[in-house]
Design a protein around this ligand. Structure first.
Ligand code: FES
Ligand code: FES
Length: 206
């Protein structure tokens, strides 16, 4: 929900429109509050600002990467209300009222998220540029699979349970490209993370 759209143009050099990613003078702006990693962030944004640019340029959360800026590489993947989303394709104004989680918000204090730990343990990256997007996408994908959401390669959609084999993992993460070709280690990392989650869930229900 957008709280306020100004009919006026943005004043130059206000405290919310200076620095990197500042709104150019003379463009329509909107006052919004973005909730990112559990914290509210009031912002005045150029209406054309993508969520990715708001995160990186206005909130200094540079974990989410800009690879293509066209929805084709997945480097900018974040979770919006738990669903994986290409933040380069979302306007910041439309993210108001949603909970945005970036790679910076996955760890629990010093304890890495199981997906982060699995990528580390499996050496599932080379340059690391795609890695934040791969990790956020994996977090969202594992939830989709646990909820029984089928993919293009799911053979039995009546089962309700997804067997996350290599083919499923590759298909479900096909929107996240790795120019270093680290896929060979990403797939086992995803399997490890899925097992870690299942073990944790079992332990909690014992
Ligand atoms: S930067 Fe968003 S999909 Fe490539
Ligand atoms: S690790 Fe380099 S692009 Fe994926």
């Amino acid at each position: 929900m957008v709280s306020q759209v100004s009919a006026e143009t943005s004043p130059p050099n206000t405290s919310t429109s200076t620095g990197p990613g500042a709104n150019p003078p003379g463009v329509p702006t909107t006052s919004i509050t973005l909730t990112v990693n559990g914290s509210p962030h009031p912002l005045v944004v150029d209406n054309r600002t993508s969520l990715l640019d708001a995160l990186r340029e206005r909130l200094d959360l540079t974990g989410s990467k800009k690879g293509c800026d066209h929805g084709q590489c997945g480097a900018c993947t974040v979770l919006v209300d738990g669903r994986r989303t290409n933040s380069c394709l979302v306007l910041a104004v439309s993210a108001e009222g949603s909970d945005v989680t970036t790679v910076e918000g996955l760890a629990d204090g010093n304890a890495l998220h199981p997906v982060q730990q699995a990528f580390l343990d499996r050496d599932a990256y080379q340059c690391g540029y795609c890695t934040p997007g791969q990790i956020c996408s994996t977090v969202g994908m594992l939830e989709e699979a646990r909820a029984g959401m089928p993919s293009h390669v799911t053979t039995d959609i009546t089962n309700g349970e997804i067997d996350l084999d290599d083919e499923e993992v590759r298909e479900r993460l096909s929107g996240n490209l790795c120019r270093c070709g680290a896929y060979l280690n990403i797939v086992p990392a995803v399997h490890d993370a899925a097992c870690a989650h299942d073990d944790a869930t079992e332990g909690a229900t014992r």
